[in-house]
Design a protein around this ligand. Structure first.
Ligand SMILES: [Zn+2]
Length: 332
């Protein structure tokens, strides 16, 4: 139940489940909860599991009984008192919408205002809640002010700060903590990741084990290695920017963004003298550091907005050319 990728929940999510079940037992569940996840990895499976656990008539520890009426109906997708609102694909392009639309929220409010069909809680979950636009948030506000009896509204987010304060202030906040080092290493070992690989990928993923696993499965380490050697040749003038970028073409945009951000951060860090090993030799050249920081900001912005892969390639070339200019200007 707690180990694999396909498990109902991840070990570091268990604490929140325990807390939620305890509140239910004591009949102290609030009407509205803001669930804030420290990780930016998808937690839709967790939201569904939490809902199923709260609706189950006879949960055993952190498991659903799978035999009560609620469990059976939830399994077959016919449970009417659970509503889940998320980003929907566009009819024409099939691309996932960037916003949760007002119509979706109106429909949810309508559902929530109907009399409960069963005697249990009525759960409505919105994920990612930060994707609601202003009009959606405003529409929801009234429901938060006067929630129906037995309604539990879950606003689920990776970024609490992006939820309007008017909504936030009406919710109890539940945090899903980040995995600690031990939990992360144990979990990755359970996914058959070698220890040194786990350490390396956790570093790439800033300590997030799910992201570390994703990065390994996408071959991020080989991308980093290959890029490093090509990049030094590019700096020495042995490789053109076009060839350098051509090598990157097979990788997904989020991986490339991550790589570029990491490289720029590493240079900023090194040049600022914060790196003790390099500190002695690297001149702390203010102009260079400033140019690097500026490039990093610009790259973060430009690479983020590029959805189209061809545009992303062009932006990448731009960033790498600028980086080369900054680095070679310094050493000349
Ligand atoms: Zn059950």
């Amino acid at each position: 139940m707690s180990g694999g990728v396909n498990a109902a929940f991840l070990p570091w999510q268990g604490e929140l489940l325990t807390q939620a079940l305890e509140l239910k037992k004591q009949q102290r569940l609030p009407h509205a909860v803001l669930i804030d996840s420290a990780s930016d990895q998808d937690i839709s499976a967790f939201v569904h599991y939490l809902s199923r656990l709260l609706l189950c008539d006879a949960p055993q520890k952190l498991s659903t009984c799978e035999s009560c009426e609620a469990c059976r109906m939830l399994q077959s997708g016919t449970y009417a008192d659970f509503n889940y609102v998320t980003l929907e694909p566009n009819d024409k392009t099939n691309k996932l919408s960037k916003n949760i639309k007002i119509e979706q929220i109106r429909k949810l409010i309508h559902e929530v205002s109907l009399t409960a069909r069963y005697t249990r809680l009525k759960i409505a979950a919105i994920y990612p809640a930060e994707a609601m636009n202003n009009s959606s948030a405003n529409a929801l506000l009234k429901t938060l002010e006067e929630p129906g009896a037995g309604v539990l509204l879950l606003l689920v987010t990776h970024n609490k700060g992006r939820i309007p304060i008017t909504l936030r202030s009406r919710c109890q906040v539940w945090n899903i903590k980040a995995a600690d080092k031990n939990q992360a290493m144990t979990w990755l070992a359970n996914q058959d990741m070698e220890q040194d690989e786990a350490v390396r990928h956790l570093d790439y993923a800033n300590g997030d084990p799910v992201l570390a696993l994703n990065l390994m499965q996408q071959g991020y380490a080989s991308l980093v290695d290959e890029f490093k050697s090509n990049f030094s040749r590019f700096i020495r003038g042995e490789l053109s920017v076009a060839v350098l970028c051509k090598e990157l073409r097979g990788f997904e945009s989020p991986l490339l963004r991550r790589l570029i951000n990491r490289i720029l951060s590493a240079y900023c860090y090194q040049m600022s003298g914060a790196n003790a090993e390099a500190g002695a030799e690297v001149p702390q050249d203010r102009a260079t550091i400033q140019a690097l920081l500026q490039l990093q900001q610009q790259a973060q912005h430009n690479l983020q907005v590029e959805e189209n892969n061809l545009d992303l390639q062009l932006q990448l070339e731009d960033v790498l050319i600028s980086l080369k200019q900054i680095l070679t200007r310094r050493t000349v």
